[in-house]
Write a protein that binds this ligand. Structure first.
Ligand code: GLN
Length: 491
């Protein structure tokens, strides 16, 4: 809580800090230890977490970054939250986000923009920008994000942390405010791969309250890491090893711990439109994986670029239906003194929803409307199938696919805020993973020094700032264990 009070006036990671409930949870852990020792304590006892503000927390305000939910206090926990609670975790508060997850910079929050801890003049990414910044600024040990088209992974890349998007259905969506139900998933944002595995261990599993959650068996995701590395202890904060490029990763018995693993470097995600420093970091990562024994080959996924337009048709179509529940009747803010039902709906939604959300509801409704359904929604579903097949095919030949996470490192606040298409284009490398329902992890791969975003004359401007660059590894459906192991050896 002290760390938050020091950092958050600059970083603005939190919409709500719930000190009272965090201290109550902490005291409960202390009391258990006092009465019975550490025996029987949950695996996350006393670990302070931050939760993205579109994930319901009983008794703590949950706004999804929107004014329409500014006074909404859920009467229940999301399943992921109740599992973390049972494991002994402590919830510090709720993190800032693009309204309803719609954005890539956290500038679409109706409360305030969050700032990147590496350079406060830059965005932290989005939509889980508050969670990423909170972890990077060490305001919490780890955080939950949600990922519909990259919202865990892209901010992890911008903020130099680890972000895991689990397989669709691996973690229950019960209590996650829906953006696009066929794409949404909750996942961990952490300092290390091991921490991501620890959180996934607790959250994963089928849930009778979410019919799309999967009953696939849940392994101990940390067990595989112990075999692959000599690092020990929980909640470690290991630094990124990429820059070292030594080929030794603390891998225990073998100096080539990835021998026999095949990684496909997706050539459509490199070259034109990608910042040279991003491409260089990802190619260096490929080299490092080779030194660790992996076979890395460049592969081509010709339909890769079709994913982005298909994603925006499908995500917005689903959003237009999902967001119809915010009508001023059942949840949150209601227009005062409406004369009839239509003006109650219009007044509540008109005042409570932000510009980007309205734009997306309009586009989604348009794509689903009778005359256009075949041309847009149906066609996008067909493209989704193509992308899915192509990626699954590649993952039969490769154990994982390697790509950048986004075309550039973190950009300046305001740089893309008034150009929605430029913002959408930044999601090119992450959305296909959601279309295909696959797991993917982003972890630090390198750093670049750039001129500070600060105003001219600022002391920091002369020296420039260092920005992190993350790489993305995409795995086979429900093989988070294999993906985490690969990432852990690299790390
Ligand atoms: N930036 C993407 C969008 O705006 C993805 C957001 C997300 O994953 N929630 O739709």
């Amino acid at each position: 809580l002290d760390a938050i009070s020091k950092a958050d006036s600059t970083v603005c990671s939190f919409i709500t800090v719930d000190a009272e409930q965090a201290l109550a949870q902490a005291r409960a852990v202390d009391a258990r230890i006092a009465s019975g020792g550490t025996e029987g304590l949950g695996p996350l006892a006393g670990v302070p977490l931050a939760i993205k503000d579109n994930i319901c927390t009983q008794g703590t305000r949950t706004t999804a970054g929107s004014q329409i939910l500014r006074d909404y206090v859920p009467t229940f926990d999301a399943t992921a939250v109740s599992k973390l609670r049972a494991a002994g975790a402590i919830f510090l508060g709720k993190t800032n986000m693009d309204e309803f997850g719609m954005g890539s910079s956290t500038e679409n929050s109706s409360y305030k923009p969050t700032r990147n801890p590496w350079d406060p003049q830059r965005v932290p990414g989005g939509s889980s920008g508050g969670s990423a910044a909170a972890v990077a600024a060490r305001e919490c040990v780890a955080a939950l994000g949600s990922d519909t088209g990259g919202s865990i992974r892209q901010p992890a890349h911008f903020c130099g942390i680890v972000g895991l998007k689990p397989t669709y259905g691996r973690v229950s969506r019960y209590g996650l405010m829906s953006y696009a139900s066929s794409l949404d998933v909750i996942g961990p944002m952490t300092h290390s791969v091991e921490d991501a595995a620890l959180l996934l261990n607790v959250m994963a599993g089928g849930d009778p309250r979410d019919a799309t959650s999967s009953g696939q068996p849940v392994q101990d995701f940390t067990a595989g890491l112990r075999h692959s590395s000599s690092s020990s202890g929980s909640c470690s904060s290991s630094s990124s090893a990429a820059a070292a490029g030594t080929g030794s990763s603390g891998s225990g018995s073998s100096s080539r711990p990835l021998a026999g693993r095949r990684v496909g470097l997706v050539c459509e995600t490199l070259g034109e439109g990608v910042a040279p420093e991003v491409e260089a970091a990802v190619r260096a990562a490929a080299g490092h994986l080779q030194q660790l024994g992996a076979e890395v080959e460049e592969i081509s996924l010709p339909t890769f670029g079709l994913g982005l337009p298909a994603y925006y048709v499908l995500a917005l179509s689903e959003a237009s239906a999902n967001l119809s529940r915010y009508d001023g009747v059942r949840y949150g803010a209601r227009a005062p003194s409406a004369a009839d039902l239509a003006s109650l709906f219009c007044g509540s939604r008109g005042a409570g929803l932000g510009g980007e959300v309205k734009r997306r509801i309009l586009m989604g409704s348009y794509a689903l409307s009778a005359g256009y359904y075949d041309a847009y929604y149906k066609r996008a579903q067909q493209v989704r199938t193509l992308v899915q097949r192509e990626m699954s095919g590649a993952l039969q030949r490769c154990d994982a696919l390697l790509t950048p996470t986004a075309p550039t490192p973190a950009y300046r606040l305001g740089e893309k805020a008034s150009d929605p298409l430029a913002m959408y284009k930044g999601d090119l490398m992450t959305v296909n993973v959601n279309l295909a329902g696959l797991p993917a992890i982003v972890l630090p791969a390198g750093y670049v020094r750039v001129p500070a975003g600060a105003a001219a004359g600022d002391a920091a401007a002369g020296e420039g700032v260092q920005l992190p660059i993350g790489m993305q590894l995409i795995g086979r459906a429900f093989d988070e264990a294999g993906l985490l192991q690969l990432a852990h050896v690299y790390e």
